[in-house]
Design a protein around this ligand. Structure first.
Ligand code: UDX
Ligand code: UDX
Length: 423
């Protein structure tokens, strides 16, 4: 099939590249000309395991990128993958989605056959029906017989996005007409997973609910962990025992510095905003965020408990990405920690295997080191912020510190003599 993807970021690029791997002809339409050049040269602008190999195989063959929308005129299906970032009040900013919809509609004026427009971006329930559909129909001058609409949320974890795309738990297809739904199902042929057909708004709500539930599991584990810490109990032993109950499940019970990334904080905030607009008081969701916001402060408080005032002290921060195997720092827990350390007068030496250049844009003033050992040399304390597997091997590197005070925000170190945020 001829597929156009609008937005070549984390989701759009992985989705487009994987569709090319399934044998489709893919065009990625991306506003940023530098990203377009990189994609056409087979070089992903982001780090994602397995992506470069696949992109190399398909770039210039059945995958191309462009800044223009004209190729949509011959597309069988168009996926909208532009960002939907939070506005200051927590609600989703749909301005990119609106402008993408109107550009798609204008380009579809020249499409002579049926085309299905699919929203993959995370959007509040009602958006595909009430914003995307009227906008595309108006700008294209076409009818519902010529253009179909669907909502197909993504469940890609960064760092495992290619794997998640190729082996999904489920494929959710929301549509209000069966032709559109069938068109979406066709592009996933070759992938073995249950396909759940549902309405447009239900598909939109499934995405928010899934992410809010996962975020709730993490904040719940963190709250239990904070209690366990006072009681001298290892929360990881507790959650191991708890997770054997299939009604609970063993995944996403890792207590630590809190959840970050481009999805959980933003999607829980958007759901809270939706609830409030509907006249509800979403106390549980608000607590999920407030537990999460406190965890980074707990890291700094624990450090102060160990070393006293941190003013003038050298503090090593290991891990800047919001999780392992990505260079993404969006809403990383390392950000509030570094901010608080700086406010309290610390001197920071930071290391991350992949995210240094991204963090330099936010904190140009701190020292970035090429390896963990350099960041640790002479440090008065160390905070481990990301679950990078390479940190599990660290041990003698900590002897380079002025004082071996190590606080883990992620349960990743194998060496002895560390303190955990919740254990
Ligand atoms: C996606 C989703 O779309 C978001 O709703 C979801 O919750 C998380 O995943 P993501 O791919 O992570 O977002 O965002 P980003 O990496 O910022 O990618 C968006 C891309 O769209 C960027 O490359 C941006 O340049 C591009 N873009 C944005 C356009 O091409 N056109 C626009 O009008 C706006
Ligand atoms: C998430 C969803 O998992 C995915 O399905 C999609 O909807 C996009 O959003 P992502 O944000 O890329 O994926 O990563 P994820 O692995 O879910 O981790 C999110 C954050 O939670 C990270 O900061 C991670 O460190 C943290 N986390 C995860 C925990 O603190 N404890 C856990 O047990 C699991």
């Amino acid at each position: 099939m001829k597929i156009s993807i609008v937005g070549g970021g984390y989701v759009g690029l992985v989705t487009g590249t994987c569709f090319a791997q399934l044998g489709h002809d893919v065009i990625i339409i991306e506003i940023n000309a530098e990203k377009v050049r990189a994609i056409n040269n087979g070089k992903p602008p982001i780090y994602e395991i397995g992506l470069e190999t696949l992109l190399n195989q398909h770039a210039g063959k059945n995958l191309h990128a462009s800044t223009g929308f004209d190729t949509i005129a011959s597309a069988d299906i168009v996926f909208i993958c532009v960002g939907t970032p939070p506005k200051p009040d927590g609600s989703a900013d749909l301005s990119y989605l609106e402008s993408a919809s109107s550009s798609i509609g204008t380009a579809l004026k020249n499409n002579s056959s049926y085309c299905c427009v699919v929203v993959k971006s995370t959007v509040p329930p009602g958006t595909t029906e009430k914003i995307v559909r009227p906008c595309v129909l108006k700008t294209s001058g076409k009818t519902e017989n010529e253009i179909g609409f669907a909502m197909n949320p993504e469940f890609l974890r960064e760092g495992r996005a290619v794997e998640d795309f190729m082996h999904p738990d489920r494929i959710i297809i929301g549509s209000n007409d069966s032709r559109a739904g069938k068109q979406v199902a066709l592009v996933y042929q070759g992938i073995s997973a249950p396909v759940i057909d549902t309405g447009l708004s239900a598909a939109e709500m499934i995405k928010y609910t899934s992410n809010a539930f996962l975020a709730t599991k993490i904040s719940f584990s963190n709250e239990i962990g904070n209690i366990c810490k006072h009681l001298g109990i290892d929360v990881y032993e507790v959650m191991k025992g708890v997770g054997y109950d299939p009604r609970i499940g063993s995944l996403f019970l890792n207590a630590g510095a809190g959840f970050g990334g481009s999805c959980f904080p933003k999607d829980v905030s958007a759901l809270i905003s939706l609830a409030k607009k509907a006249g509800e008081n979403p106390v549980l969701l608000q607590s999920v965020l407030s537990v999460n916001e406190q965890q980074p402060h707990r890291m700094v408080a624990l450090l102060e408990e160990k070393i006293g005032s941190i003013s003038g002290k050298r503090i090593a921060v290991l891990g800047l990405a919001f999780k392992d195997n990505t260079d993404d720092i969006r809403d990383s827990c390392a950000i509030p920690v570094i901010r608080e350390l700086l406010q309290n007068g610390a001197q920071i030496s930071a290391y991350d295997p992949m995210a240094i250049s991204n963090m330099q844009q936010i904190f140009p003033e701190i020292e970035y080191c090429p390896c963990a050992a350099d960041a640790l040399a002479g440090a008065d304390g160390c905070l481990v912020m990301t679950e990078w597997p390479e940190f599990s091997r660290l041990d003698k590197e900590f002897d380079l510190m002025a004082h071996r005070i190590i606080i883990e925000g992620r349960r990743i170190l194998a060496c002895k003599g560390t303190d955990g945020i919740c254990w």
